[in-house]
Structure formats: structure tokens, C-alpha cells
Write a protein that binds this ligand. Structure first.
Ligand SMILES: [Zn+2]
Length: 246
């Protein structure tokens, strides 16, 4: 009897998970706060004034005004809380991604999403109930990231030392720490010395020499432009590079 009960529970869990996986994701629809003039609603034929909501695949596609869209009565959830964004979308019948045109950056940016009020309430309940465990998870992830960053700097420093065996003591660490601050996003964080190419190391070392071994920084404000100053210190930089390398 007991084993039968376990079997039954297993079966139930299996079915529940199965339905979870085949559950269709909430459809997303873009809502543009228009930057184009002369847009009209394909349903009611009215003009959509500049800066007002236009619901379509893009501003170049045909679309509707807000009143003719299915989003009337939906609530705006501002961006910034990843869990709320994900969960409220999951619980809503539709999700309208509201986009506005950023003139300075020349691109559309998210202003928030329109979802059903009940979806926001459900998401809020879920977020409140696992607030602590999510905070702990984020904290753990941050610790792991910091450890990776540290390992990355150490390995980068080793690669510098290998390429410039005569560079003064501890300089490789200084250079690596500085370069990783700026470039960590670009070169990845897999902490594998093989992925550092020579060119990247050279650039980091060169920049360090320019600021510490030449009078580069003192030349500004004397009526010379940056290009001239760079050319002037080139010879000194190369001299130090050779010395550190051989
Ligand atoms: Zn309309």
C-alpha cells in the first residue's frame, strides 16, 4: 500500500512537471512610444500622436493605437527588479514591452512592461516568499565572481611576467590589476593564461610604462596635443619595453 502511494505521488509529480515544461510562455509584444510621425492605427484609422503608444512589431510595421490594443487596463511595471519582471510576465496573459526612443544613444530603451494587475500581485507574493533565499543566492554569486576576478588578475600578472621577465618586482601585479579594471569585460573571465594574447599584454605594459617611466603626464597643459605628446614619448617607451623583455 505504501509503495503504491509513493508510486502514485511520483506519477503526480511527473505529470505536474510535464505540464510545466509544455506550458506556453507568455507572448511579448512591443509598445513603442513613437518617434515617427504619421503613424495610424490599423484598426480605428486614427492618427497616433508623436510620443504616444503604438503597438506593433516595429514602427515600420502596421500596428494599433493603445485603445485598440489588448493592453487597456494593464499595469506598468517599471524595470530594475529581474525577479518581478520575469514572474509578472509569467503570470500575465500578455506582456507589453514599453520602449521609448533615446535620442542621445540613438536606440530604443525599455521603460517597463505592461502586465495584468493580478500578475503583479502574484509575482509580488512569490518574491516576498523567497526574498531571503534569493538574496543569499545573489550574495553567493557575488562572492564567486569576486574570487574569479582575483584569480584572473593573478593569472594575467603571470602572463605579463612571462612575456616581460625583466620587469621590476611586483610591477606585473600593478599592471594586471589596472588592466583588468578596465578590460575585464572584454577579455572574459575564464582565468586561462593561454587566452591572453601578446598584443593585449603589450598594450597593458605600454600604457603602464607611459605613465610611470616617461614624463608623458607632465607634458599636458603646455600647448601640445595628445598625439604629439604620444609620439614624443614613443622612443622612451620602446627602450623600456626592450629592457623589460630581454
Ligand atoms: Zn485604434
Amino acid at each position: 500500500m505504501i509503495s503504491l502511494n509513493i508510486e502514485y505521488k511520483r506519477e503526480k509529480k511527473y505529470i505536474r512537471n510535464f505540464y510545466k515544461t509544455i506550458q506556453v510562455a507568455t507572448a511579448s509584444q512591443n509598445i513603442y512610444l513613437t518617434k515617427r510621425e504619421k503613424l495610424t492605427c490599423k484598426t480605428c484609422g486614427k492618427k497616433v500622436p508623436l510620443g504616444k503608444a503604438f503597438v506593433a512589431e516595429s514602427e515600420k510595421h502596421k500596428g494599433t493605437c493603445f485603445t485598440c490594443s489588448p493592453f487597456v487596463g494593464y499595469i506598468m511595471l517599471p524595470p530594475g527588479d529581474a525577479a518581478m519582471t520575469r514572474r509578472s510576465k509569467k503570470h500575465s496573459t500578455l506582456c507589453g514591452v514599453v520602449l521609448f526612443w533615446n535620442q542621445r544613444r540613438k536606440r530604443y530603451e525599455r521603460k517597463g512592461q505592461l502586465v495584468e494587475e493580478i500578475a503583479i500581485e502574484k509575482a509580488r507574493l512569490e518574491c516576498d516568499s523567497d526574498k531571503e533565499s534569493r538574496a543569499l543566492k545573489n550574495k553567493k554569486a557575488a562572492v564567486i565572481r569576486a574570487a574569479h576576478d582575483k584569480a584572473y588578475v593573478i593569472i594575467f600578472a603571470e602572463a605579463i611576467r612571462q612575456r616581460y621577465p625583466n620587469c621590476p618586482t611586483n610591477r606585473e601585479n600593478e599592471i594586471a590589476a589596472h588592466a583588468c579594471e578596465k578590460h575585464s569585460g572584454r577579455v572574459g573571465r575564464t582565468a586561462n593564461a593561454k587566452q591572453f594574447d601578446g598584443k593585449m599584454i603589450d598594450l597593458a605594459v605600454e600604457a603602464h610604462i607611459r605613465h610611470t617611466e616617461t614624463d608623458y603626464d607632465d607634458q599636458f597643459g603646455k600647448g601640445k596635443n595628445k598625439k604629439t605628446i604620444r609620439t614624443e614619448v614613443r622612443f622612451d617607451i620602446n627602450k623600456v619595453l626592450r629592457k623589460w623583455r630581454d
